[in-house]
Design a protein around this ligand. Structure first.
Ligand code: C5P
Length: 393
């Protein structure tokens, strides 16, 4: 869903992160218009944002920030679906909290009709200052989204809370603002990625799952308002921001234990992880040596627990969603798998289209019917699963 985002930049060193943010939002398919305070234009040139956004930049240094009819502060937010101020300085936050409109950004905030979000960026002492905390609480009670600053080393040399979240994190969280809250109040546990079964301390059996489909589902559930716990094996992609809990469990057995440990109280279990069916029975504590000319080592396998089937068999199971990656007779095998595992919903995909890729071609199979989708991005596929799931809960 492509949106028009008005990005306000106030005067903080974190303005450099907003260059990357514009790029990421554009990559998600959105259009971005940048408005800058006078101080912001001293950190990063408006020309940089113009080149990155592909749109004219409104900057107070360039003619007072007014458009053709002198009404830019009105017009800009009328055209926008969301107004994000990142970085938002303590000064800008204080003015917005107090309803002051004395420059371009605060005028835009005061005159807006669209939702407003801020990503504060400031020194740790400024962040924890009671006046600032009061202002942040005021913004939240006024219905403004506040992206909590991160902890770490600051540009001033001090360490603590106050850093603006990284651009990737903001780009990840922003779409939650316009996502329907289909899973509000629900707790969802997702497994993702490939498991790894050790042969010896350096070698193992794994698979080509990248974790992208699982991450997309964790993200889609979070965006839909769910409290998401993620348990992941080996992954080749970034973890989603804003999860209630995330932990790595690399072997199937470790993943089984982690899931069982956390499944109590969950409303939904989405098992996307590509879990190894077998583990190595005779794994070696020491690295296996090459035995040139002799017998090659024999690897003996034994069955792993089936996490999904075990969860489905719990006395009060959550709503279980399975994934089936098949290389042949995809639908036939998937239908049988749903029944065998005793789960209400299973998503079938062809390994050739799905595993290790950014796209997927899924069929959602439930007790009452099947819906096949064309090849789509994993983000869209995850959204389709969430919509179907929400309808069945
Ligand atoms: O039986 P198969 O591995 O094809 O089933 C795939 C589904 O079962 C996936 O949802 C996967 O996460 C889950 N699974 C599991 N534990 C296993 C094997 C698969 O939870 N040991």
């Amino acid at each position: 869903m492509s949106k028009h985002i008005l990005l306000g930049i106030s005067g903080g060193i974190a303005a450099y992160k907003s260059c990357e943010l514009v790029r990421l939002l554009k990559k998600q398919g959105h259009s971005v218009t940048v408005a800058m305070s006078r101080a912001a234009a001293e950190f990063v040139s408006p020309l940089t944002f113009q080149a990155l956004s592909g749109n004219p930049v409104l900057a107070e240094t360039h003619g007072g920030g007014q458009g053709g009819n002198g009404m830019a502060h009105i017009n800009l937010t009328r055209e926008a679906d969301v107004f994000l101020i990142a970085p938002a300085t303590a000064n800008t936050i204080a003015k917005i909290a107090g309803g002051i409109a004395d420059n371009l950004l605060t005028n835009l905030a005061a005159a807006r009709k669209c939702p407003l979000a801020v990503a504060p960026a400031m020194n740790v002492e400024m962040w924890s200052n009671p006046a600032n905390q009061r202002n942040i609480a005021r913004l939240i009670s006024d219905g403004i989204t506040v992206f909590q600053p991160a902890e770490g080393e600051q540009a001033c040399g001090e360490t603590g809370i106050g850093r603006m979240p990284e651009a990737a994190e903001l780009a990840d969280l922003l779409p939650d603002m316009w996502t329907p809250k289909l899973l509000q109040g629900k707790k969802v546990l997702v497994t993702a990625g490939a498991t790894f079964e050790a042969i010896d301390p350096v070698r193992g059996i794994t698979n080509i799952s990248s974790g992208r489909m699982g991450m997309a589902l964790a993200r889609a559930c979070r965006a839909a308002g769910a409290e998401v716990t993620l348990i992941y094996g080996q992954i080749q992609t970034a973890l989603p921001a804003g999860l209630a809990h995330a932990e790595q469990a690399v072997s199937a057995e470790a993943m089984y234990r982690a899931v069982m440990n956390r499944i109590g109280g969950q409303n939904v279990f989405i098992s996307v992880a590509a879990v190894a069916d077998y583990k190595v029975k005779n794994s070696s504590a020491q690295k296996i040596k090459k035995n040139t000319g002799g017998e090659p080592p024999l690897i003996e396998l034994e069955e792993n627990p089936d996490i999904l089937a075990s969860v489905a068999k719990l006395p009060e199971p959550p709503f279980c969603v399975g994934f089936a990656a098949e290389s042949e007779n995809v639908l036939e095998h998937a239908r049988a798998k749903r029944v065998k595992k005793g789960i209400p919903m299973l998503v079938a995909n062809d390994v050739a289209t799905a595993m290790g890729k950014t796209v997927n071609r899924i069929t959602i199979i439930t007790e009452t019917g099947e819906t096949a989708f064309p090849e789509i991005g994993k983000r869209q596929a995850a959204q389709a699963v969430v919509e179907r799931l929400a309808g069945l809960l």
